[in-house]
Design a protein around this ligand. Structure first.
Ligand code: B1M
Length: 232
């Protein structure tokens, strides 16, 4: 193991893959964006696929950050730096994950709901959906129902995606779905929801079409629902 006080002098490219990944978990924890970008490039240069770098180095590192945030070891400013570092890595991976050249197989709008500013998971879903050939319009964070309605009108999507990471904001998904019902528009769209505190029961209770545990499930579900829609 490398001494943490030597980090400044550390040559990431000299580390074997397993130590580099471990170092990247530490660098994510410490919010070191440059190092995360460098590590991402090194692993790609060694032939790792974008999704392997994403899962093993970035998402796993963020999971560790999440545990210490929950346990009161890390605080908001530190987690923001970790999130910023993670985004640095994701910027490099985005075009690789989105590389298909295929015609869009469907259009999705996706946003984090009102009151909620978590966007890492939602952005990952957007990236993976693009990578699977969907056209994605990313509405960003803290979206009131009006934003979804405007985006629906403007972009005429097949799929509406909503993300919430807080138990206090997840009920807002029902506000959006109820508004679609009131306007007689609900059945025109596939509504997919996701975010760590959700589950299938919640998704069914609010009238969504499906809960997506992670970005890969979001892609599979979107593909399956689009196939059903086309068949119908
Ligand atoms: Co927040 N935060 N946070 N936070 N934060 C959580 C969610 C929390 C679980 C931490 C904890 O206590 N363990 C906790 C929520 C507790 C609860 O409600 N039960 C929490 C809290 C309390 C808070 C604040 C209230 C803290 C405070 O201020 N006291 C505050 C709220 C601010 C607000 O939103 N109004 C807050 C703030 C922040 C930061 C700003 C510091 C930062 C966000 C930065 C950013 O996103 N730009 C942050 C972070 C980073 C986290 C944790 C550590 C990590 C979230 C993350 O990015 N995970 C998180 C702890 C945790 O989840 N372990 C936590 C990685 C990401 C890849 O996973 O987002 O789950 P995830 O996305 C997955 C799936 O869920 C799914 O696919 C994704 C990819 O596989 N998915 C979808 C997500 N959205 C989808 C949409 C879909 C489909 C699938 O649509 C179709």
């Amino acid at each position: 193991m490398v001494d943490e006080y030597d980090d400044d002098d550390l040559d990431l490219s000299a580390l074997p893959n397993d130590e580099l990944v471990e170092q990247m978990h530490d660098d994510l924890y410490d919010g070191l964006r440059e190092e995360i970008m460098e590590g991402t490039n090194i692993l790609l240069g060694r032939g790792w696929s974008a999704s392997k770098v994403l899962d093993n180095a970035l998402v796993e590192g963020m999971r560790i950050v999440g545990i210490d945030f929950r346990d009161g070891i890390l605080f908001v400013p530190e987690v923001l730096m970790s999130a910023n570092a993670m985004k640095g890595g994701m910027e490099i991976l985005r075009p690789l994950l989105a590389e298909t050249g295929a015609e869009p197989i469907g259009k999705m709008i996706i946003g984090t709901v009102k009151g909620d500013i978590h966007d890492i998971g939602k952005n990952l879903v957007a990236m993976m959906m693009e990578g699977a050939g969907f056209e994605v319009i990313n509405l960003g964070i803290d979206n009131p129902v009006e934003n979804y309605l405007e985006a629906i009108e403007q972009h005429k999507p097949d799929i509406i995606g909503m993300s919430a990471l807080l138990t206090t904001t997840m009920p807002y998904m029902k506000v959006v779905i109820d508004t679609l019902v009131e306007k007689g528009m609900r059945d025109d769209y596939i509504v997919l929801v996701g975010g760590a505190p959700l589950n299938e029961e919640f998704s069914a209770a609010i009238g969504a079409d499906a809960y997506c545990r992670d970005a890969a499930v979001a892609v599979e579900t979107a593909q399956a629902k689009m196939a059903e829609k086309r068949a119908a």
